[in-house]
Write a protein that binds this ligand. Structure first.
Ligand SMILES: [Zn+2]
Length: 70
């Protein structure tokens, strides 16, 4: 059992650039996270360990955000 770090991707361990996590720092305005702007495929969400669900966001790469063409 290990701690869930909300600022890092639970899948690959890279910084996830999640607004929900960074907004928790004092003096920072809450902004919408990039992850609210994209749809994450169910098969990608399935990669997130049970313990990390609803705690840590995935990073853009694991969520597939970089594969979406505008
Ligand atoms: Zn990742």
């Amino acid at each position: 059992m290990h701690d869930v770090d909300p600022s890092h991707c639970p899948v690959c361990g890279e910084a996830n650039d999640c607004a929900m996590a960074t907004a928790a720092a004092p003096g920072r305005a809450v902004r919408d996270c990039w992850c609210t702007a994209i749809e994450i495929a169910p098969e990608r969400l399935a990669l997130v360990p049970e313990a990390a669900r609803a705690r840590a966001c995935m990073c853009r790469r694991c969520a597939g955000a970089d594969e979406v063409t505008p």
